[in-house]
Design a protein around this ligand. Structure first.
Ligand code: SF4
Length: 527
């Protein structure tokens, strides 16, 4: 690392600010610091980004960028959808957690996708999805390789989409090696959200994560490769911040390799103006065929991940709702409708891009969203009785911030933390489907219980007698009386009742244990 590269010399950035719409880095960072990304005191202390943030909580230009972006606003992710188009097959680095012959489960640029698209096919797919899913607001290019190792295809795709669907926000996700070379092009195409995967800022650590990089026509290895990678990542981040482009940092938490070091990464990216930090668990099942999967490297437990996210949150907004999506994902986060939009199906579709209809639909979504925020606020009184008590609850939901999924149909549970400050989204747990065509699968139930074992209750729209009894035996209270009601409001009503039951001596509050993060492949499933 060089001092010049990492320096925050205000003179040098101010000089740059006079040209080509580049803004002063200190102005941008001041705004980010003032509103801490997009979080507010939305419940339990500093919120995950945007958990209840509104236009009053942040500069208007930043609110405009995040308000309907499901990845940059936790609150928006209940209502708005994104899609990725897989136009970028090549990659310029190798990560020990990625095997592009398989489905890389660790990042937003997974290795294998169902179909690779040309820019023209991608543009048609975007129109098809936008016409079918009016709350789809964001188009990202996230692989299956690195978008900036495939610049011609990436920028041609952005050009075509911005012509036909100018209301859709453009995003890309990169390992950062080529980023400094393309920041001006990124700004030119109005790509105002960029994700950089940064797993280290120390090449000593990096050499255990990256076996090689391809740099200036050479394959480099070890410390030298990691040093160049981190320098390029930091430079790229500084350049994005100077231009007012929101940068999200993805970091894969690899116990024993970079888990303790990620606090340093958090400080380094925060000081360079990153908007949001997304620390994700390593997924390393042996069948993925990755180096880490094959050498037995474990991923973190749910509580290890949460502890690290909590430790970093004092300094910066943390993203906790990332689903580590495939490079061809479509739909709300947590669902994947990509199978509905294969090239064959798209070619047969009669597509009408109704920009006005999309706008009207999104206005209705805003109304729904505001009603949810007001419902939550109405239950904040009386929580001081919680004292130091803090509990996690799991929720089965299909979206919209409502408890609207049956226990047996849930492919994931959202997890909320409840305490004296309110209700806060803190993560999600993927699970195997319990209901298999009309009967309950006992093995799946074991994995569900393992995934939510740190929760005191699970909120569902409906649940059968057998899983109910097993959950109760495991110490997780099944709660089905709030079906089709708002999640946070219902959770707070339940929490106040829980506190009453403790106060009356009916129950004794006990700490729960840890929970497992699902290690299986995160393959696409429609529906
Ligand atoms: S991988 Fe994470 S950041 Fe990327 S689209 Fe999915 S949820 Fe959003």
């Amino acid at each position: 690392m060089t001092d010049t590269l990492f320096s925050q010399d205000p003179d040098s950035t101010r000089e740059a600010s006079s040209a080509d719409g580049v803004v002063d880095i200190s102005d941008v960072m001041q705004k980010v610091a003032e509103h801490k990304g997009c979080g507010t005191e939305g419940g339990s202390g500093k919120a995950s980004c945007g958990s209840s943030a509104g236009p009053a909580d942040m500069p208007p230009e930043i609110w405009e960028k995040v308000k309907n972006h499901p990845c940059y606003s936790e609150e928006a992710h209940h209502h708005y959808a994104r899609m990725h188009v897989a136009v970028a097959p090549a990659c310029n680095i190798q990560c020990n957690y990625c095997n592009r012959k398989y489905d890389c489960a660790n990042e937003s640029r997974p290795g294998v996708v169902s179909e690779r698209l040309t820019p023209e096919q991608a543009s048609k797919k975007v129109l098809a999805v936008a016409s079918t899913i009016p709350q789809m607001t964001v188009l990202g290019i996230a692989g299956p390789g690195d978008p900036l190792a495939n610049p011609a295809k990436t920028f041609e795709t952005f050009r075509l989409i911005s012509e036909v669907a100018p209301d859709i926000k453009l995003c890309l996700s990169t390992n950062g090696l080529a980023l400094p070379d393309w920041v001006d092009e990124i700004a030119k195409y109005k790509v105002d959200h960029v994700t950089i995967t940064i797993n280290m800022v120390d090449p000593e650590v990096g050499q255990h994560i990256y076996p090689w990089i391809f740099w200036e026509n050479k394959r480099l290895q070890g410390y030298e490769a990691a040093k160049i990678l981190t320098e390029r990542q930091m430079l790229g981040l500084e350049m994005l911040t100077e231009r007012g482009i929101l940068a999200k940092i993805n970091s894969v938490m690899i116990p024993g390799i970079n888990d303790a070091h990620l606090v340093e990464v958090n400080k380094a990216v925060k000081s360079r103006g990153a908007f949001l930090h997304n620390i994700m668990p390593l997924i390393s099942a042996p069948e993925h065929g990755t180096v880490f999967g094959l050498n037995g490297q474990r991923g973190p437990s749910a509580q290890e991940l949460k502890a690290l996210q909590d430790a970093c949150e004092g300094d910066m907004n943390m993203m906790r709702h990332c689903r580590q999506c495939r490079a061809d994902a479509v739909g709300l986060l947590g669902e994947d409708r990509s199978a509905e939009f294969t090239t064959e199906k798209i070619m047969a579709m009669d597509i009408e891009y109704d920009a006005e209809g999309r706008k009207a639909y999104q206005q209705a979504v805003e109304g729904e969203r505001q009603a949810k925020v007001a419902a939550k606020a109405s239950e904040l009184d009386g929580l001081e009785k919680a004292g130091d008590i803090s509990v996690l609850v799991a929720v089965a939901t299909k979206g919209h911030g409502i408890i609207n999924e049956h226990f047996g149909h849930a492919k994931e549970f959202q997890v909320y933390e409840l305490n004296a400050k309110g209700a806060k989204f803190v993560g999600h747990r993927r699970v195997d489907l319990y209901c298999q065509g009309g009967y309950g699968e006992e093995d799946a139930l074991d994995t569900v219980i393992a995934a939510i074992n740190d929760c005191h209750a699970v909120f569902v729209a409906k649940i059968g007698g057998c899983p109910k009894a097993d959950l109760q035996a495991a110490g997780v209270e099944p709660v089905d009386q709030y079906a089709h009601e708002y999640i946070e409001q219902s959770a707070l009503v339940w929490f106040k009742d829980y506190l009453e039951r403790i106060a009356s001596g009916e129950i004794v509050h006990q700490q729960r244990g840890d929970a497992a993060i699902r290690q299986g492949a995160l393959l696409s499933q429609a529906g």
